[in-house]
Design a binder for this molecule. Structure first.
Ligand code: ADP
Length: 190
């Protein structure tokens, strides 16, 4: 199984690239943000819990997120491999993912990180907010909070995967095709 973690701050382009890569490499794409938004839209219990955190630009608690992720992986027992997008975001989540994949006789093969500077991120997210209907993209303070949370809670995962020799940084600025090309080079050499 080829299991990839697509990593990077909010607005780095993970979702865009994951949509292309899942077709190219026949992988199942799991975006925790998308699953939360689906649940919010359908007013499920999970959605209700998640909404209160997401609207403020905070992380949804680990326990909730990890249970949700486990369920999504279990729904796709036949997968060739997964692209995890938006997960893990904390060390607890990374440990939980390792455990889950170990139980299936597999592991994370690589973390591919899209590197984009903050001011570009804010611009991209505000632009996306004009059309995405995402409340967390419409408000600059919420966007900046998400970026702060990324540096305070999530960025440490770079070291986590570096220690395991699984970290690959990719320049996330350029055309969509150029970035897909850069990521593909990493995947093809795994
Ligand atoms: P972005 O990467 O643009 O911030 P996502 O769609 O990945 O957006 O996530 C939106 C929101 O969903 C996050 O700001 C956070 O509140 C919540 N979320 C997504 N994934 C996780 C996660 N792994 N752990 C905790 N909260 C999460």
């Amino acid at each position: 199984m080829t299991n990839l973690v697509l990593f990077g701050p909010p607005g780095a382009g993970k979702g865009t690239q994951a949509d292309i890569l899942k077709e190219k490499y026949q992988l199942v794409h799991i975006s925790t943000g998308d699953v939360f938004r689906y649940n919010i839209k359908n007013e499920t219990e999970l959605g209700l819990t998640a909404k209160s955190f997401i609207d403020k630009g905070q992380l949804v608690p680990d326990e909730v997120t990890i249970n949700m992720l486990n369920a999504e992986v279990d729904k796709n027992a036949e997968a060739n491999g997964f692209i995890f997008d938006g997960f893990p975001r904390t060390e607890n989540q990374a440990d939980a993912l390792a455990e889950l994949l170990k139980g299936k006789g597999t592991e994370v093969k690589a973390m591919i990180a899209l590197e984009v500077e903050d001011e570009v991120l804010v611009k991209r997210l505000l632009e996306r907010g004009k059309t995405s209907g995402r409340k967390d993209d419409a408000d600059e303070a919420v966007i900046r909070n998400r970026i702060t949370v990324y540096y305070e809670e999530t960025a440490i995962l770079k070291e986590y995967y570096k220690k395991q020799n699984k970290y690959y940084g990719v320049d996330g600025v350029g055309s969509i095709e150029e970035i897909t090309e850069r990521i593909s080079k990493v995947i093809d050499n795994l």
